[in-house]
Ligand binder design. Sequence first.
Ligand SMILES: Cc1cc2nc3c(=O)[nH]c(=O)nc-3n(C[C@H](O)[C@H](O)[C@H](O)COP(=O)(O)OP(=O)(O)OC[C@H]3O[C@@H](n4cnc5c(N)ncnc54)[C@H](O)[C@@H]3O)c2cc1C
Length: 268
Amino acid sequence: MRAFAYERPTDLGAAVALLVEHGPEARPLAGGTDLIIRLRDGSIQPRVVVDLKRIAELDGEIREGDDGLIIGARTTMTALAADERIRRDFQALAEAAAVVGSVQIRNRATLAGNICNASPAADTVPALLVYDARVVTAGPAGVRRIPIGAFFVRSGVTTLARGEIVTAIELPHPTVRQGSVHVRRTRRRGHDLASRPLLVSDETGLLADPTASDLAKMQRLEALFVDASPSPRSMRASPEYRLAMLHVLGLRAIGTTIERMVAGTARR
Ligand SMILES: Cc1cc2nc3c(=O)[nH]c(=O)nc-3n(C[C@H](O)[C@H](O)[C@H](O)COP(=O)(O)OP(=O)(O)OC[C@H]3O[C@@H](n4cnc5c(N)ncnc54)[C@H](O)[C@@H]3O)c2cc1C
């Protein structure tokens, strides 16, 4: 591991100034569950690590905003998965947070870190896409609100500008009745990563129709999954297996979602 300076600012302005000054040579540190691994294996070699944990303006609270919930940048997966409002209205996000890593990882890993890391396998991202989340940032040009769909450029790269820090993630309250679920396929033992997040919408309404047959839904899923392109170089599973699982899990997810809507577990 290359030596680096460790900075622990106590206000947001000082943190932004450090990130502006050092640019790509500086890295913010939240829970460290991604960053520390990458520092250790040398895949990143910043000169400065800026610890965000003492910054007064950044908190680990989940609070009510004007049109939904505001999740502070230091909110951990454990806190997300346990929050009653998240479990009730944003069920897929609670479920995603609950399966990240292990208990120890979830106690440190933040939602903000999960999206800023920009792994195509980040568990919480599919749910955030479905819920139209917004990423709130503070930087040299002030505050920005970035729709989550416009946050990712490619693996490991986001639209965060130099000096910008994610301060919160906003989740608008659902305005229509909805159901959601997070499903993923993992190995039985050990930690595994899910596949690439890609938002697809069924404009026909067929998938939400409880009277439609499994066969009709499977055919509709075929059409929706046409852009799925599992990596042939993955060490975890073949593209054929991944595509097959996509259909199995897709159908299963739709079944669960409809059950939840019918049971009224999602509020209007
Ligand atoms: C054993 C293990 C298992 C794991 N399993 C999973 C899993 O099942 N699913 C999954 O999705 N992930 C998994 N992860 C990855 C990791 O735990 C998550 O991505 C976690 O949410 C990262 O959050 P963090 O707070 O630890 O981020 P950090 O490691 O502190 O930071 C991650 C990146 O985001 C940047 N960053 C952090 N906070 C901010 C901010 N507020 N503003 C700007 N940039 C910021 C950092 O500079 C860094 O580049 C696993 C990791 C380990 C080590």
